[in-house]
Design a protein around this ligand. Structure first.
Ligand SMILES: *Cc1c(COP(=O)(O)O)cnc(C)c1O
Length: 421
């Protein structure tokens, strides 16, 4: 048997692995030209008296309406702001509970709290997304909405989620931050729930550094979200206001961000196509390796291929496996290790675990309007922690070649044969 690189054997791979970024690695002339044109026009704020309709921000909204088929889109300054605006948009507020998956991003939980509602945690399944089987168990008389997070490029199993939500009269918000451009059974992500939220931050598939978009088919949801994102004013300069004003934040996007993203959006299709292709090859190569199992959702149409995740059957071997695989030249990480902070996983959402608000009053848990009872503990989603504690993640992007995929598969095989036998 081949000696492991960890023990002085030859590395499977000696050249560096691809970067962890996608869209930002592809930044080129298109984006430069668009950003420069904005600078030359000296118009960097979206709402100026002339031409609301052809602002860069408006064009970006049009692109997202086209991408998702939704009637309304609102460009904002971040994915977090998109989530908060969408929650306010659908009418979430004091007294409400919102169910979120135990594996998401810390901002998903924070957005619920910023919407004055109480987050309730739900397990994930081996697709890395919300487990529809656990969703129903987490519903209480106070549940108003569910945030379905399409995590690590994996679409949620959204049909059963929608079925449970419909049965109980819950609204679904899709968090598409990590799966921009994805689909579920041919339907664009973001268009299936009441609202969909995108992020354009650097770690996402396409980016403008910071930025976000909300999409919806509901005019009142869009009007409420738009009102909230701009302190109750501007958006209605170019369309009739049909709701009462209320106070809000300033979550406006700049023309520079919007122009940058317009350059990126043209690249999204080819980025995704290339990632999907290599991911299918990787998943095919990783079948039937003793001690390693994959989700049946990996490599399917639900998978954009932003990372390769494999599960190790014996949890106590996972750390040595990941160490040995990295030594072979395939950098990887165990997603959940209790001693290492990972803000994608609920035990590390301190403010939630300890019910902390900015004022020290335990709001919104202690609010008069809230009649429910929620407590949080590190062991409350054992299935999620068990899965993520066995999950080894290797980051992928559009520059992974067939040779890279072969290296990955060969390195996993070699490592598994030594460590997991
Ligand atoms: C990145 C991310 C967000 C927040 O987006 P920002 O643009 O960073 O505010 C929300 N949810 C998920 C799942 C994310 O990955």
């Amino acid at each position: 048997m081949d000696r492991l690189a960890l023990h002085g054997g030859r590395k499977v791979r000696t050249t560096p692995w691809v970067s962890e970024f996608q869209g930002v690695e592809a930044l080129g002339d298109e984006e430069k030209a668009r950003v420069l044109a904005v600078l030359e026009k000296k118009r960097i704020f979206r709402y100026l008296a002339d031409g609301y309709e052809d602002s860069e921000a408006r064009q970006l909204e049009n692109e997202y309406r086209e991408l998702t088929g939704c009637s309304y889109a609102l460009a904002v300054n971040a994915g977090t702001s998109a989530l908060i605006s969408a929650l306010i948009g659908i009418g979430v507020g004091p007294g409400d509970e919102v169910i979120i998956p135990a594996f998401a991003w810390v901002a998903t939980a924070a957005a619920v709290l910023e919407g004055n509602a109480v987050p309730v945690l739900c397990e994930i399944d081996d697709s890395l997304t919300l487990d529809p089987a656990d969703l129903e168990a987490k519903i209480t008389p106070h549940t108003k909405a569910v945030i379905a997070v399409h995590m690590r490029g994996m679409s949620c199993d959204i049909d059963p989620i929608m079925a449970v939500a419909d049965r109980h009269g819950l609204l679904v918000v899709e968090d598409v931050a990590q799966s921009n451009g994805g689909t579920y059974k041919g339907r664009p992500l973001g268009s299936i729930g009441r609202a969909g939220c995108f992020s354009l931050q650097q770690y996402k598939i396409i980016t403008s550094g910071e930025g976000g978009v909300v999409v919806t088919d509901s005019e009142p949801v869009w009007q409420r979200a738009a009102m909230y994102h701009d302190c109750g004013q501007n958006p209605f300069k170019y369309s009739e206001r049909k709701i009462e004003t209320f106070s809000g934040q300033n979550y406006r996007i700049t023309e520079l961000q919007a122009a940058l993203c317009l350059g990126q959006i043209d690249r999204m299709r080819s980025i995704i196509q290339s990632m999907r292709e290599q991911k299918r090859a990787i998943v095919a190569g990783l079948q039937e390796i003793p001690g390693v199992f994959l989700s049946s959702a990996f490599g399917t149409d639900r998978d954009l291929g932003v990372s390769a995740v494999l599960y190790i059957s014996e949890a106590d071997r996972v750390s040595s496996f990941a160490e040995a695989l990295s030594a072979e030249g395939i950098p990887c990480e165990v997603i959940y290790r209790p001693e290492r902070q990972n803000l994608h996983i609920y035990p590390f959402w301190d403010f939630l675990m300890q019910k902390r608000d900015p004022w020290g009053g335990g709001y919104p848990w202690n609010a008069d309007a809230y009649k429910g009872q929620v407590s949080y503990a590190v062991d409350m989603c054992p299935k999620t922690l068990d899965l993520l504690g066995r999950a080894v993640q290797i980051r992928l992007n559009q520059y992974v070649t067939a040779d890279d995929s072969e290296d990955l598969v060969q390195a996993v095989r070699k490592t598994a044969l030594s460590i997991l036998k």
